[in-house]
Design a binder for this molecule. Structure first.
Ligand code: BES
Ligand code: ZN
Ligand code: ZN
Length: 483
């Protein structure tokens, strides 16, 4: 989809549809009140009939509007004006895009009317995404062009929105690919291609190299698959050296398919486990945006990519592995594999000089029990870094909720035969998983995002298709930009 900004008046814009937001408690956008292009009789009638009240998600379409060049004038509900913020705008634009593209609209113009250009463009780009690449014929239609009607002063924010929306859809494409088309090697190839495209450094550690380094925890997970593992490393360096020695490390879980291994998962719903690399894909999406938006600090992304399979070479419950850190782990459940690959990447990130670590992972079903599909669960060993991450998430409208990590939880991970067990029993499963990671973050400030409940939409929303959400891409990009 093309995205452009025009600074014309509404009546001069050529499009299949121009969309104007109307609120529950407002008659017309300020700049249109009294304008001859504004069909107040139609609007009054819509309101009087109760057909349109201004609630979020509502839409009314007038064809061949008088005095406008556009083929349709669309009013879309913005909800209550005093509750209207960037997330509400993102949703409203996404909803209009999804409703109108299905009606055959190819060029959609949106009157910004003083709202946030960044969120508006993001809403359009995200709403236009369909997870239908592999359908030879699809009912889902798409916009060709989104036109933002806004003053020229909105251009910088508009460009940022474009970069962030595209980065998030890049992540969604990766996550949506089935596991036969998104093996660790193929994910590494995508990372390489993306890096070349936007000017990032990309290095892939292969199995022999990881063995040489001593990444026994990661390799234990990988050994059950015929697909070789890869540790994807993508580096961004600011053109002018940063004033601080801070170096942000972004570590993302890249399990391209999670059968559970020998501790196998139930068949029902297992197909969804192609999204178990959503954390890694979010980091690659964030790096893509970071390369274009150029924050002042160096950022290194590490994506340990493996396939968790069953087979004669797969690791067994009870196996003991030695991690890169030297700590030994008793693998009591092969389905708790995310933490096993992440810890070797976390240790390696510290060796690469990262001073602050943030990881994202579809780590536990337990976080879905705790927070549902609404909030990301956030864990930390450092309140200052936590505050930064939560501020970035809030600014980007990605709901996140801090979870506890008291020392008492450590007891859950006791093993009779190794330094640590890889599972912590029935209760507080998202916390024991996070605690396991914490043991390997050491003194380095670290924040962990469990995105198991938020990285995939089981049902479409009016503003987003079913499937991968691309959550956390915007948060991580903002975190780096605001450092
Ligand atoms: N990838 C799963 C977590 C998951 C579950 C993500 C549901 C998305 C939806 C992870 O590897 C896993 O299987 N975790 C286990 C841990 C358990 C064995 C301690 C879980 O959550 O059941
Ligand atoms: Zn698992
Ligand atoms: Zn998993």
């Amino acid at each position: 989809m093309e995205t452009t900004l025009v600074s014309q008046s509404l009546d001069r814009v050529e499009a299949d549809a121009v969309v104007v937001l109307l609120f529950e408690d407002d008659a017309a956008p300020a700049e249109l009140k009294g304008s001859s292009a504004w069909p107040s009789a139609w609007i009054d009638e819509l309101r009087a009939s109760g057909e349109f009240t201004g609630k979020t998600g509502e839409i009314a379409v007038q064809h061949l509007p008088q005095g406008l060049k556009a083929k349709r004038l669309v009013v879309a509900g913005g909800g209550k004006r005093d509750k209207f913020d960037a997330p509400a705008l993102r949703r409203a634009v996404g909803t209009a895009v999804r409703a109108l593209k299905q009606k055959g609209v190819k060029t959609l113009a949106f009157l910004l009317a003083g709202a946030d250009p960044e969120a508006a463009v993001e809403g359009a780009i995200l709403g236009n995404f369909e997870p239908d690449r592999h359908k030879t014929s699809s009912d889902a239609k798409s916009l060709d062009t989104f036109v933002l009607i806004a003053p020229d002063s909105a251009r910088a924010a508009f460009e940022r929105g474009k970069i962030l929306g595209d980065a998030q859809n890049f992540t969604r494409e990766l996550v949506n690919e089935p596991a036969n088309l998104m093996t660790p090697s193929l994910l590494a190839e995508r990372a390489r291609a993306m890096s070349a495209e936007v000017g990032l450094e990309c290095e892939i550690l292969d199995e022999p190299r990881m063995r040489q380094l001593g990444m026994g925890s990661l390799l234990g997970v990988a050994q059950g698959s015929a697909e070789p593992p890869a540790l994807i490393i993508v580096r961004y360096k600011p053109a002018t050296p940063a004033k601080t020695s801070d170096h942000l490390g972004l570590v993302g879980k890249g399990v391209t398919f999670d059968t559970g291994g020998v501790s196998i998962k139930p068949a029902d719903g297992m197909e969804k486990m192609k999204y178990d690399m959503a954390g890694g894909a979010a980091m690659l999406g964030a790096m893509r945006a970071i390369a274009q938006l150029k924050p002042a600090i160096p950022v290194t992304a590490l994506v340990p990519a493996v396939e968790n399979m069953v087979g004669s070479k797969a690791q067994r419950p009870g196996d003991i592995v030695t991690s890169l850190s030297g700590k030994t782990i008793e693998v009591l459940n092969t389905d708790a594999e995310g933490r096993l690959i992440l810890i070797d990447a976390l240790t390696y990130a510290q060796r690469l000089g990262c001073t602050h670590l943030v990881d994202a992972a579809t780590l536990t079903g337990a976080i879905v029990v705790a927070l549902g599909n609404v909030n990301i669960g956030v864990f930390t060993n450092n309140d200052a870094l936590l505050a930064r991450v939560l501020a970035a998430a809030k600014a980007e409208g990605e709901k996140s909720w801090p979870m506890p990590l008291d020392d008492e939880y450590k007891d859950l991970l006791k093993s009779a035969f190794a330094d640590l067990a890889n599972i912590g029993g029935r209760w507080g499963g998202a916390i024991s998983a996070a605690y396991f990671l914490k043991e390997f973050a050491g003194d380095t400030p670290w924040v962990h995002l469990d995105i198991a409940g938020t990285a995939w939409l089981d049902d479409a929303k009016p503003f987003l298709a079913k499937g991968p959400s691309g959550v956390a891409v915007r948060t991580f990009t903002r975190l780096a930009l605001d450092w």
